[in-house]
Write a new protein. Structure first.
Length: 343
């Protein structure tokens, strides 16, 4: 039995082992054991976990996708004029062998996210070129799409007559925000941000980051960047189905229409007191049948703000169901007072 076969037998019998332990069990030098392990890793016959001194080797789990021998990168710059996102995606998928490298759910999520974001650059940016970078790493697939155009937040702010680009971020998070309503429903960014493990949208001085692994959304102020840059990642072994992401916001009860939105209240006000800030929060929400207002991170709420949301808006739009979550006790009391007074 050759050395690689003996290593596999040892792992099958004992479970995860360090390189030093494998060398001792098989009576070989650490250098020889390391050389054989690297070859087995490249073949996908073993996997490793941990770092440096805690590094362990084991047989792949059932359904485990073998890691590439080294990171593979696709990098090209395309002229925007006449560019087709499906053609670019096919080229990426073939060159990186994504069918083999990704689980079926991960493949579908990445295909959707990549083509949606590249299409945005083609049809919205006004940029002469677009750069595409895709990296197949050990555990995830990462993509970065960069144009030199007008900038996504500026485009949304201009079309919807918003005061500044900061407010455009809130509109994008609601969903259905687009600067070309005759050609787009404005759903691509919303669903891509929900489907990927991480999603970042950067333009000019602002960066919107959605981290679904940590269930967090935040905005960074960065150095000015011309145009728009989208960065996203998908776990190679993802099990989340794209259909489940769509169904969460376009459920069967709504005839599979995108009529449900989840809104982070903390993005829309400073003190959460003024009725004007409440109106900013409520802008365009009358286009949904159900809206979930997430009060995570909100510690206080003014009577006027609550009244504008839960009495004035609710009365004016009876077809929209308002729901709440992550409501602190003090805020719940303010909302209950407004609702009870309406009865």
């Amino acid at each position: 039995m050759d050395a690689p076969a003996r290593i596999l037998q040892a792992l099958r019998k004992s479970g995860p082992l360090s390189g030093a332990r494998i060398a001792t069990l098989l009576g070989m030098s650490r250098q020889a054991a390391h050389r054989h392990l690297i070859r087995l890793l490249d073949q996908g016959a073993v996997r490793r976990s941990g770092r440096t001194r805690g590094l362990l080797y084991a047989l792949p789990k059932r359904g485990h996708l073998p890691a590439p021998a080294k990171e593979k990168t696709y990098r090209r710059t395309f002229p925007i004029d006449g560019l087709r996102e499906d053609v670019v995606y096919t080229d990426v998928a073939v060159r990186l062998d994504l069918k083999r490298a990704l689980s079926a759910p991960a493949y579908r999520i990445f295909a959707y996210a990549f083509t949606e974001m590249l299409n945005n650059a083609v049809e919205h940016s006004g940029s002469p070129t677009c750069r595409v970078d895709v990296t197949l790493a050990e555990r995830e697939l990462r993509a970065r799409i960069r144009d030199q155009g007008v900038g996504v937040f500026a485009s949304i702010a201009r079309y919807h007559k918003l005061d500044d680009e900061d407010r455009a971020i809130g509109e994008l998070l609601k969903g259905k925000a687009t600067s070309l309503p005759e050609r787009h429903a404005g759903e691509g960014i919303f669903f891509t941000s929900k489907a990927c493990d991480t999603f970042a949208l950067r333009s000019h001085r602002l960066e919107l980051v959605v981290d679904n692994r940590r269930k967090d959304v935040f905005v960074n102020v960065r150095a000015p960047l011309r145009g728009t840059e989208v960065a996203l990642s998908v776990s190679r072994s993802a099990r989340r189905k794209l259909e489940e992401v769509f169904a969460a916001f376009a459920p069967e009860d709504f005839d599979f229409r995108f009529d449900r939105s989840q809104v982070l209240v903390r993005f829309y006000a400073g003190q959460y007191v003024a009725r004007s800030e409440a109106r900013r929060l409520l802008a365009r929400l009358d286009g949904f049948r159900e809206v979930v207002l997430d009060f995570a991170g909100v510690k206080s709420l003014g009577q006027g703000f609550a009244d504008e949301v839960f009495r004035v808006f609710a009365a004016a739009h009876p077809g929209v169901t308002l729901k709440t979550e992550n409501v602190a006790p003090g805020i719940e009391a303010v909302i209950r007072h407004v609702v009870d007074n309406e009865k």
